[in-house]
Design a protein around this ligand. Structure first.
Ligand code: WT7
Length: 661
């Protein structure tokens, strides 16, 4: 079986990078380790994972304030529907905002907001954030939003985005953030699945110096969105947009006159905080549910332990709040810790490739968290712009979303980290809510490896029969024990939740979570991520399912069928290639290929744009009609296609063209 084949030759990396001793000794995790009397990192990691309930109990008490203390850390009686912190009462918004605003951090900056137009920036203190959140929470209540209702935000990275999230949390409403790079179709399906009552959006946003419209996408999506009663529109660019009488209201008018105080509703720790849609194997995005209790604990704990954020740090996670990284490390993690964070609206290369570095210099960013695709983009464009800025305050660098290849690791280290900062490559998922496998500041790093599972996790690599594989072998990443910020279910679909994540090993080892990635461990036990086991693409770090792009392509009137695969790309990780079967009588042409790509972008948004469209007569399928994407990919890339005996139409493989690299 391919998954269990020995992969010893895979990782021959011999370089090891040790973090300078002063940075290690200053780090939060190291100090905890010393306080507890552990002699080595491995001894600490092992104890925390063996005693994960005790560990998470201590973390929950350290990082979160509970209005009513919980009586049980973990209730696993109904697995895999785990419950954490039973008997307690909490609200993550209290932890993220209220307690700081009412305490010593009232005048501390929560967000350094930086708009894309140069000079358009403002700082928001915890005291100010408190007022803004309260006004929005009161306005939402005024619009009839009650506990458990869903509110969609479809916004650029402007302060109203975290404010809306926190306002929802405060009153027990459930937020669903839809990435502003999704099209009206993507917004429509999410709004309808969540049955959202309110949509918060903006007239537009700035991208590479140009104001771009956003509201027209909302109007299009609202044509078939019967649950939506109100659309709240932030004036960001000031361009006139059509407003629908009775439904649409400008944000300023919505919050005008609202009280600056609003009661924070204390909730059951299992009450849902948000739904975030992510891509799975099928064309329909999954609404991943997360809960208040867990989210008040692990994002903050990992921001402290893994990102090593201290009180006087300036943290910058470049992710958009439309993705899980933004939820955990732009909003809940740093705010619960009471840290100062950058919120940047624009792209990394406007007005030039020095924009990010200028922000790091100006704001004295000390902890910088970004994605491999961005690092590789900078690597490709050279060091000229990096050299113009003083990045010497950067103490910690971190990466997420896809494998950080050793070349990119080295570039990041040398050019941004002054050859001193550790690089924390964090593996985790929308489903996990927080980091799961990563080095700590004290861990000796191997470039390209995510090092080890974090304290509190019992992560392993299983073969098909639920045996842990020996060092040097590959297999499925699993979690053998639950963790506080784990997903709780799919919105209104608990059955599919169990099926997708827990059924694989249920017969042998019930309570084993299947992550959906493959990994291997080298002779020293270092972990190397090998990629998804399902048909999910990673394009510039964004998770997109092959099936979603296929169904978007098929919605073009001239397309009969489509098969989509990822082609390796040195900057984006993968790019999208579509093999399209046209309807009878339709002529192939380069214009039509382009038209299909544009159509997919219109349906799903720019993140899902197919770079290439090839016309084929047939695609390989199994007898049950499943498209064999693996075979298509192998043929297209000129690799071994392997055993074709399962195919219903083996001859179709011949007509898959070799794609130009
Ligand atoms: C998938 C989850 C978690 C925040 C961003 C993405 C891949 C994530 C790494 C990493 C190699 C990684 C996995 C995972 N992935 N981090 N450090 N090295 N691969 O969240 O959209 O839910 O995607 O991203 O394949 O399953 P997501």
């Amino acid at each position: 079986m391919a998954e269990t084949a020995k992969t010893a030759s895979l990782q021959e990396e011999t370089r090891i990078f040790n973090t300078p001793q002063d940075i290690i000794e200053y780090s939060n995790a190291y100090q905890w380790m010393k306080k507890k009397g552990f002699k080595t990192e491995m001894e600490m990691r092992k104890w925390c994972s063996d005693n994960y309930i005790e560990f998470w109990d201590e973390m929950a008490k350290t990082y979160a304030d509970w209005s009513v203390p919980y009586t049980k850390v973990l209730d696993d009686s109904g697995k895999p529907y785990y419950k954490w912190f039973t008997g307690g009462k909490i609200n993550v918004a209290y932890n993220a905002v209220d307690r700081h605003a009412k305490g010593a951090k009232k005048d501390k900056v929560a967000y350094h907001f930086i708009g894309e137009p140069v000079g358009d920036a403002r700082d928001i203190t915890y005291g100010q954030l408190y007022i803004e959140v309260n006004k929005m929470a009161n306005a939402l209540k005024g619009a009839g939003v009650v506990k458990g209702d869903r509110v969609v935000a479809y916004l650029p990275m402007i302060p109203e985005l975290p404010i809306t999230m926190l306002a929802c949390a405060k009153i027990g409403a459930i937020h669903t953030i839809v990435f502003s790079g999704f099209s009206s179709g993507g917004l429509n399906s999410r709004v309808n699945d969540a049955e959202a009552k309110v949509v918060v959006t903006a007239d537009g946003f700035y991208r590479r110096g140009k104001p771009l419209p956003l509201k027209p996408n909302v109007d299009e999506a609202m044509k078939t969105a019967p649950s939506v009663q109100k659309v709240v529109v932030v004036k960001r660019t000031g361009v006139a947009v059509p407003m629908t009488e009775g439904r649409d209201v400008y944000y300023d008018d919505f919050v005008k006159g609202q009280s600056e105080e609003c009661e924070t509703v204390m909730l059951d720790p299992e009450d849902r905080l948000f739904i975030l849609y992510t891509s799975g194997t099928t064309g329909k995005p999954k609404g991943i549910e997360h809960a208040h209790g867990g989210y008040a604990v692990t994002p903050a704990q990992t921001t402290s332990w893994v990102m090593d954020v201290h009180d006087d740090d300036v943290f910058w996670c470049t992710a958009d709040c439309g993705w899980i990284t933004g939820h955990s490390y732009v909003v809940y993690g740093p705010l619960c810790l009471g840290a100062s964070t950058i919120l940047y609206e624009g792209s990394p290369d406007f007005p030039d490739l020095g924009r990010w570095w200028s922000i790091i210099e100006k704001y004295g960013v000390t902890v910088f968290y970004t994605a491999p695709t961005a690092i590789r983009m900078f690597m490709k464009t050279g060091e000229e712009f990096v050299k113009k800025y003083n990045l010497s305050k950067v103490r910690i660098l971190a990466s997420v979303g896809e494998p950080l290849n050793p070349e990119a690791y080295m570039w990041f280290r040398k050019n941004i980290g002054s050859d001193r900062a550790p690089i924390i490559d964090t593996w985790w998922q929308t489903e996990t809510g927080c980091h799961v496998i990563a080095p700590l500041v004290m861990t000796p790093e191997k470039p390209g490896s995510v090092c080890f599972p974090l304290p509190g996790f019992n992560t392993d690599i299983f073969d098909e029969d639920a045996n842990s594989v020996p060092l040097g072998y590959g297999g499925n990443i699993v979690q053998k024990t639950p963790w506080p910020s784990m997903l709780r279910a799919f919105f209104r679909d608990e059955v599919r939740y169990k099926k997708e994540y827990w059924d694989m090993y249920w017969q042998v080892k019930p309570g084993t979570y299947l992550a959906g990635d493959k990994a291997t461990r080298d002779k020293d036990g270092y972990w190397w991520i090998q990629g998804r086991i399902d048909d999910v693409l990673k394009v510039a770090g964004h998770r997109i399912s092959n099936a979603e792009v296929e169904s978007a392509a098929v919605s073009h009137p001239k397309v009969a069928e489509a098969a989509v695969v990822g082609q390796p790309d040195e900057v984006k990780g993968e790019k999208i290639v579509a093999f399209v079967i046209l309807r009878d009588g339709v002529a192939e042409s380069p214009e039509l290929a382009k038209e299909i790509s544009v159509h997919v972008r219109k349906v799903l948004g720019p993140v899902a744009y197919p770079d290439k469209v090839y016309f084929v007569k047939d695609v390989p399928k199994t007898r049950s009609g499943k498209i064999m994407r693996r075979v298509i990919k192998a043929k297209a890339l000129g690799k071994e296609t392997g055993d074709l005996s399962a195919l219903a139409n083996p001859e179709s493989v011949d007509n898959i063209p070799r794609i130009d690299l």
